[in-house]
Design a protein around this ligand. Sequence first.
Ligand code: NAD
Length: 501
Amino acid sequence: MAEHYVPENLPTRIQHYIDGKFVDSVNGATFDVLNPVSNTNYATAAAGQKEDIDLAVAAATRAFNEGPWPRMKPRERSRILNKIADAVEAQEARLAELESFDSGLPITQARGQAMRAAENFRFFADLIVAQFDDAMKVPGAQINYVNRKPIGVAGLITPWNTPFMLESWKLAPSLASGCTVVLKPAEFTPLSASLWAVIFEEAGLPQGVFNLVNGLGEEAGDALVKHPDVPLISFTGETTTGQTIFRNAATNLKGLSMELGGKSPCVVFADADLDAAIDSALFGVFSLNGERCTAGSRILVERSIYDDFCEKYAARAKNIVVGDPHDPKTEVGALVHPEHYNKVMSYVDIGKSEGRLLAGGGRPDGLEHGNYVAPTVFADVLPDARIFQEEIFGPVVAITPFDNDEEALELANGVKYGLAAYIWTQNLTRAHNFAQNVEAGMVWLNSHNVRDLRTPFGGVKASGLGHEGGFRSIDFYTDQQAVHIALGAVHTPKFGASTTN
Ligand code: NAD
């Protein structure tokens, strides 16, 4: 097997972080963590059980009820959040190499993730100092105002694709809002989450505000979802897991925010800037190894440019550099885990009977070990094909032709998911009409996924519940209590004041 890069000082033991201390599971349980390039076990991580979640929730509850964090002035919290952002930025190179090593993401793309994580903290640091709430007046009668309060202990459950960045998505707004948290990161990629503990401690986050419990979804995740003292769960992951969590959270009627799977269309009309569309449609599905919730994994192309598009697209896909995630030339690295690799490969096999294979179709030449999949392109895929309907979450794309706007819309909307949509056309009227009718939480016209942090983020249909992003995230982590103040005499029917009895 070829030599590959292993970061220095790699921990071999990954622990929980509860009430300001790194600890093992109470019962000593652990699970193996694999490196996606060699699929060898490089570390063991503490496998949290119900009793570990209980300890973490107890610490977070104490910090919420008795500690300073929820009671601090927004500016004080904001200062700490900015220090966190500085620390994340300062550790960008280290974070990126750990993230790349643990998840198989190409190093150049892992760098961007650390910067984005820092930006999330800065954004919410700014937002909370600028935040104000409504006051409403009924002249002479009443004043009403909104008393916004952090809800309590937030349970944060995250997936393995871009783990550190996705954790920041939930950590930044929940902490900014004054909540205390228990984070349960994905078991495939537990390496970078421990860095938060050190960064937070050094930035001055009070003890017990941040707690981390590693472990399997069915054990640690499940216990967090079912814990009666955790009033809200922010979850990002698969749609089927979201459904399980939804059921399990019902007993305690928890607040839920769910960012789930996707099968997003990239629709290319004949009047599009073809070169730009091809660049974007390649990046949209092959960046982040295709392990991207908003991947444009179904490309719908107007028939008059279909052949030309397919030929150019496939030529470029064949030329994508697949290799060691640490090599800066690598464009597609190794998939996160052999289980996931097998799932993606099974779709590559299914695709061979559902579409015309134009590129890839298996393991790339020269990469005999590790979870490598060649960027794979299927054309002429019918809408009832499994590779058209189901989320593959790897470097595999389905291309389908269409004849007119109506058919394009029908194809775009003809799946259970509704996360993102990408539309390529120079026609303004068509672009806006299509954008408004496509069933997707987020639409990009003539662009891939470039997001302004103020905008809503979330999916419709099987892609999610609720929207986060900007003030919407703060809304999720806070209660908005309405306080009504009478300004004068209030008309009150006098029950029981009758003299006739
Ligand atoms: P997953 O659903 O398998 O796991 C996500 C997290 O949930 C992990 O931490 C896991 O341990 C935990 N979990 C699993 N079972 C659980 C249970 N019964 N109770 C509580 N927690 C449980 O998802 P994944 O494979 O890690 O991530 C890939 C999926 O995430 C894809 O479907 C992708 O589209 C989706 N995703 C969505 C977004 C978005 O914003 N919409 C972003 C990134 C990823």
